[in-house]
Design a protein around this ligand. Sequence first.
Ligand code: F6P
Length: 516
Amino acid sequence: MTGSSTAGTSGAAWKHLESLPHATLGALFADDKRVEALTRRIVWPVEPGADAETGMLIDFSKTHLSEDLLDGFEALAEAAGFAAARTALFGGGIVNPTEGRAATHGALRGSGTAAQVDEAEALLARMGMLVEAIHEGALGEVKHCIAIGIGGSALGPALAIDALTRDLALVDVHVVSNIDGLALEAAFRACDPAATLIAVASKTFTTIETMTNAASALKWLAENGVEDPHGQVVALTAAPAKAVEWGVDETRILPFPESVGGRYSLFSSIGFPVALAIGMDEFRAMLAGAKAVDDHFRHTEGRANAALLAAFADQYYTRLRGCQTRAVFAYDERLKLLPDYLQQLEMESNGKSVTADGRPAEGPTAPITWGGVGTDAQHAVFQLLHQGTHLIPVDFIASIAPGDDLDPAHHRILLMNCLAQGAALMAGKASDDPARAYPGDRPSTTFLVEDCDAAALGALIAFHEHRTFANAVLMGINPFDQFGVELGKAIAKQIESGEGDFDASTRALMAAAGLG
Ligand code: F6P
């Protein structure tokens, strides 16, 4: 994201950061203003046009960021050209230099140039018309939708549908990504072919897993009495001509701009299955939550900017403390797919070894994002967080309002556990028995949304998009390309054709697996 002109000054800023002492959390908490100073709130109206506000709180106080470190990271952000990079992001500048593209996911929720926002609004209106027409029966009875896509064309829809349709789904949506036919077969078993829409989601409309699954879905419709299988297909793509070629009627192709990256595409027509399941009003509520975070990110400077502050903490742990992973635990069943979503967002964006201008990255880049759902994870992997030899910064994400209608004890116990884990990681506990001692001084950040609704989900997603971008700027790398995924795809094609210079191990495995 930054040119070589800023590399030298970033280097000096890093040198200064590396020279700073590391205080323990206990010592940092001697400052009784710490919690206030390191808690951020992002708010949005409870509903469009309402005065009353809701939102999310993010408590960074249990990270090791000291005043000196924050000053140092603000200097790094300046040296790395953060403000200019952010202006370029929302101004349609070429922030993806290796592919010569802008990154216009912000415009999908109204944050971008007037022309991009108008284009996005027109595409959204078109999607809304199709969603509403389907709800009104224009394509006959649609009870089910099999949404076929992979990576960024599946993870966001799967997360949003799982999170937001616990009470009611207007259409029963099954997101299928894996090429393993078992995944598609499971969806077939749950759907009535005559009342099933097939949504093919692919930015490129060439991805082998998606196109193979889509072909099998059409075959399934045909074999089960549907006379015009193509009549039940909707395509969500940045390559509409390819969808036409594949046989999708133009009226059922919902395009999105090339400048919207796969892992940043949930708010584009890739979100169509979500809108089908939750309705356009709720889909727009998700956009509004994201827009509130965009506004905060665009117009807040330095440490006051929550996503930039999160990136300061990320950089601190990865580069200055050598942490190789970061963990995310959703203390809400509705967010159980969030860690999967964040894995792609963060690891595909920032898992790079070179800077935006092609030089070797100077320090470690993205850590490994992993996680799970609380409280399950507490009874499975938290042992290592509390007593293992790795230092792992943890994010806890919870909703103040419950999602269930059972005894309030359920939600109270959930929240108590969430807060207890952060407190325990930080405080630790001395013991004469080494096996029973907790070192403590282990960092966490806690996110509390008022309610885990569509707006909050939109806000959480936009927050992490901007956190990822801010990290990329601080490291000087391009978060919007993903060439690392191409080599494996090319070799898979060679294995298919049998024409390749394979190593002895791969040759033996091919023979054992009956390939080639
Ligand atoms: O192989 C990785 C990738 O290109 C991701 O970046 C992308 O989200 C996914 O494949 C799916 O791509 P498409 O939407 O073009 O099918």
